[in-house]
Design a protein around this ligand. Structure first.
Ligand code: OMP
Length: 281
């Protein structure tokens, strides 16, 4: 049994962002990155890559976001590397956001919740990304499990890829965009939470404009900085008054500076600094 007694995720994330800066670094071990680091595209390469990133950054960035697919592609041995990364990153003080983007009917969602949001699971993470496009209500088992564990859930609202618009900007029966429907559900989950709710929204930093009300009283994960073309300087225009709750996320544009730990740290520090300047306005 786990003996951890966690504060709600929103409070833990607020503290982490206030003390370590508003930055999430993604751990995305692309085959091309392993090669550019001089590693083989195999489990040993994956393990070396992941350990290097965790050792370089887990004691300083607010959040590390492993992308599960890059570990799953190696089967059970890749999952073992992921388990170790989660444990080591959390032990070093980083919050771990598992980028799994799960979404299914509620009864199956309960199994995903048991995987990532039950404190006794080997893959327990501080938060997990989920897709609400089987209906927001299908996420209920994850939302409930997260609340019990002091974990968080990040719900896809407006994703960073251009293809997302055909679904997310589509109009619901009541005239709202589907993304706005999800954002309103998220705001309802977070109502009354202080200093920050534990249910986040994913809003790509690449969007020209939000075209939606982002005032959800929760964290706003903003991937797309760096390799996908977005910059920290663009965050205030996109997020407006919610910019203080934004968690900008960078993967490749930090990871390409490895395997040198100092290179990784410098790149993360530069992004954190650019975000600080942008948020301060
Ligand atoms: O949930 C995510 O993290 C996510 C949502 C989204 O809308 N767009 C997006 O790029 N991501 C993830 O963020 C990371 C972006 O990686 P880079 O483009 O290398 O910084 C990848 O792991 C994506 O899967």
């Amino acid at each position: 049994m786990s003996v951890e007694n966690l504060e709600p995720f929103g409070a833990r994330l607020r503290h982490a962002m206030d003390t370590r800066g508003q930055l999430c670094v993604g751990i995305d071990p692309h085959a091309a990155l392993l090669t550019s680091w001089g590693l083989n595209d195999d489990v040993a390469g994956l393990e070396r890559f992941t350990r290097t990133v965790v050792e370089a950054l887990a004691d300083r960035v607010a959040v590390l976001k492993p992308q599960s697919a890059f570990f799953e592609r190696f089967g059970s041995k890749g999952i073992a590397v992921l388990e170790r990364a989660v444990a080591d990153a959390r032990a070093a003080g980083a919050l771990v956001l598992m980028d799994a983007k799960r979404g299914d009917i509620g009864s199956t969602m309960a199994a995903y919740a048991a995987t990532f949001l039950d404190k006794d699971s080997p893959l327990f993470s501080d938060a997990v990304t989920v897709s609400p496009y089987l209906g927001f209500g299908s996420l209920r088992p994850a939302l409930d499990a997260a609340r019990i564990s002091g974990a968080g859930v990040f719900v896809l609202a407006l994703t960073s890829n251009p293809e997302g618009a055909e679904v997310q900007r589509a109009t619901a029966a009541d005239g709202r965009s589907l993304a706005q429907v999800m954002l309103d559900h998220i705001a309802a989950e977070n109502a009354g939470e202080r200093p920050l709710g534990s249910v986040g929204a994913v809003v790509g930093a690449t969007l020209g404009e939000a075209g939606a009300d982002l005032d959800v009283n929760g964290p706003l994960l903003a991937p797309g900085i760096g390799a996908q073309g977005a910059t920290p300087a663009g965050l205030p225009a996109l997020f407006g008054s919610a910019v203080g709750n934004v968690l900008p996320s960078v993967s490749r544009d930090v990871l390409r500076h490895g395997p040198d730990a100092a290179g990784l740290r410098d790149a993360a520090a530069r992004f954190a600094d650019e975000v600080r300047v942008a948020v301060a306005g």
